[in-house]
Ligand binder design. Structure first.
Ligand code: ADP
Ligand code: MG
Length: 645
């Protein structure tokens, strides 16, 4: 406890309301020694509260000087004045000014939060003070559950939290019945006896008679200043229980408390906060789900493309897909296949000659697609062997009558029997089943038999045109270069460009690009949703600041600096956004489970990166949209804020 000497000299305070200038204090000079008990009396409107607010460093003045222990306060910066308030002065107001969103304990602890007192010590001290005033059982009550007298005693406990040397009580008994008023007065007298300076504003002369010194004000000027005979001027130094002088880094050390307070503020307005959050929830869900959709689509396409193989080129007859001449042009030949296969950039080349045949196994006859291919066909198309073996170079050279079946072709011909090694009739040609293949996903359930193109032509169909040639490009060669080289070669051989080349890699890239554009578009929409959510947050914060103006004034009176108020409202905005973001992420996770449970063709694949990104985004939105309201709160004038309804 540090009870300073207060020295007011020639202080003037004027208010401007409209065109009029009201002089609330006119050339007031007075010295208050440490340990005095002073009553300031006067009619309503005489300037008592104005003087109190100046004494407590809560209000500025126009002329004169005010010294606290020799320090001229008008030369101090705002933060230093806040420190002075926090450490030296304890305010008791007529209307208590307790924060109803906080418990009794929370209210008493408030000044210590701004002083950066460690949490455990703060709790313990608050509980002890409340206990001293006989309200230990009310520690977890809300202020509005207490009587006026009890609330005022809680307010006094709060004023003592940082062990203030000066207690400023502005009409402390004004709203109380006689008995409660007397109790509060006796508490204040006891504080004086402990060595504190106690200054009480009152218009009640009975109350004033308790004081050793009575200062009377009329029309902003001191008209009398009298000490009672034998008045106790207590200058005895007392031990300091908690001296929180000097700068404490409240903005960091009190972060958990600040978050705690913001959650309490949210809880006090559940519906409103919930509705505000909805915008953020929707925005975050959209962002996370959209990123997940994009990721899912990319994976799906990659899987499909992996089946095709990205280093394959497919050469078709005609000038492009759907060329009406294509079926009549016999442009691609098996000698083209051989020429291509001999190129250094080609890993393997295989034609595709599709036909349709009646295929018979004993009594069972089915219409099957029979395709003439080269041995490398299966690899080039990403097909997997299920049982038996593939068609070989030997099969090709000797035109062996061997076939490989696709899995879907097996049941209709063999039921559940093992097909490998069995004989079939392709039309009238007998053939041996040597293997079974699994088709890549995108080919679906086609029932197909594969034969070497040499065998197909020589044994089954005679000469048929090639539907296409599939080239597998060597691994370390760029498909675009290979495409150009193959095109040049064929053009030289044919004399005209009567074919076109389909590059899987290009298709993959093109489809990825399309997808990226699409994702970007939806992401932009989601961002708009988030920004709209942010505006909602700003709106709610502005309302919150307006509603809690008195609380802001109170916090300033208790020692909060502008940046503490700023930080509090920024943190509240961020907290709303973070909680909303949390719900949004949860919702997106639910959506991704639902989409995978329903085997949606568009799976949502969530990545920690996307979730992190969205969370970071919500923090940014909270900061961006909380800034204006928070700045507004920090710039409030404490006296006006306290006086607001
Ligand atoms: P008291 O506390 O003695 O009743 P105040 O100190 O509150 O008186 O007010 C003193 C004078 O200053 C009054 O005339 C009052 O109307 C005026 N006053 C106080 N605050 C303001 C203000 N914010 N704006 C304009 N006039 C004010
Ligand atoms: Mg007043």
């Amino acid at each position: 406890m540090i009870a300073p000497r207060l020295e007011v000299s020639h202080v003037t305070r004027t208010y401007r309301s409209g065109n009029e200038t009201v002089t609330a204090l006119n050339d007031v000079s007075l010295v208050i020694e440490p340990g005095e008990l002073v009553a300031i009396v006067g009619a309503s409107g005489s300037g008592k509260s104005t003087l109190m607010n100046i004494l407590g460093c809560l209000d500025r003045f126009d002329g004169g000087t005010y010294r606290v222990d020799g320090i001229d306060v008008s030369n101090l910066e705002a933060d230093a004045v806040a420190h002075l308030r926090r450490d030296r002065f304890g305010f008791v107001f007529q209307r208590y000014h307790l924060v109803n969103a906080l418990s009794v304990a929370g209210n008493v602890e408030l000044p210590a939060i701004y002083a950066g007192m460690p949490t455990a010590r703060r709790r313990e001290r608050a509980a002890r003070l409340v206990d001293q005033f006989g309200l230990a059982d009310k520690l977890l009550f809300r202020p509005n559950q207490l009587s006026g007298g009890q609330q005022q005693r809680i307010a006094i406990a709060r004023a003592l939290m940082n062990d203030a040397g000066v207690i400023l009580a502005d009409e402390p008994t004004g709203a109380l019945d006689r008995r409660s008023g007397e109790l509060v007065l006796s508490v204040l007298k006891e504080l004086h006896q402990q060595g504190r300076t106690v200054i009480i504003v009152t218009h009640d002369h009975d109350v004033a008679s308790h004081a050793g010194r009575i200062i009377e004000i009329a029309d902003g000027a001191i008209v009398s200043d009298s000490r009672a005979i034998g008045a106790r001027e207590n200058t005895a130094p007392t031990e300091t229980a908690w001296a929180a002088s000097g700068p404490s880094r409240t903005s960091i050390s009190s972060l958990p408390s600040a978050f705690g307070m913001s959650f309490k503020a949210m809880a006090a307005h559940k519906l409103r906060t919930g509705l505000t959050m909805l915008g953020i929830v929707i925005g975050v869900t959209a962002v996370v789900a959209v990123i997940g959709l994009g990721e899912g689509a990319r994976i799906t396409v990659r899987n499909q493309m992996a089946g095709l193989g990205t280093n394959t080129l497919v050469i078709y007859p005609g000038r492009s897909f759907g060329d009406p001449e294509a079926s009549r042009i016999v442009s691609l030949t098996t000698t083209d296949v051989d020429a291509l296969a001999a190129q250094p950039y080609v890993d393997s080349a295989t034609p595709e000659i599709p036909t349709s045949q009646k295929v018979r196994n004993g009594a069972r006859t089915v219409d099957l697609q029979v395709i003439g291919v080269g041995p490398s066909y299966f690899r080039a198309n990403g097909m997997k062997l299920v049982s038996g073996r593939l068609l070989t170079q030997e099969d090709l050279v000797e035109a062996n009558s061997n076939v490989v079946l696709s899995e879907p072709a097996v049941p209709s011909l063999f039921g559940s029997a093992e097909p490998v090694g069995k004989q079939l009739l392709l039309g009238k040609t007998p053939a041996t089943v040597v293997g079974v293949m699994a088709l890549p996903h995108f080919r679906g359930g086609a029932a197909t038999a594969y034969m070497t193109h040499t065998a197909l032509r020589s044994r089954v169909t005679g000469t048929l045109p090639l539907a296409n040639i599939t080239l597998r490009v060597r691994d370390n060669i760029d498909t675009t270069l290979a495409e150009r080289a193959a095109s040049n070669l064929l053009q030289r051989r044919h004399g005209v460009k009567d074919f076109f080349i389909f590059n899987n890699d290009q298709v993959r890239r093109a489809s990825e690009n399309t997808m990226a554009t699409f994702s970007l578009l939806i992401a932009a929409l989601a961002t708009v949703a988030l920004v709209v959510g942010g505006i909602g947050v700003m709106n709610i914060m502005l309302i919150s600041v307006t509603e809690r103006t008195r609380e802001i004034g109170l916090r300033m009176a208790l020692g909060a600096r502008r940046r503490d108020i700023m930080a509090q409202f920024m943190i509240e905005a961020v907290a709303v956004c973070l909680v909303g973001g949390g719900f949004g992420v949860a919702l997106a996770i639910v959506l991704s489970f639902v989409s995978s449970a329903l085997m949606s063709p568009l799976p949502i694949v969530l990545s920690p990166g996307a979730i992190l990104l969205a969370s970071g985004f919500t923090v940014v939105i909270g900061l961006a949209f909380g800034y204006l309201p928070a700045r507004g709160a920090a710039r409030l004038d404490p006296v006006r804020a306290l006086a607001s309804e």
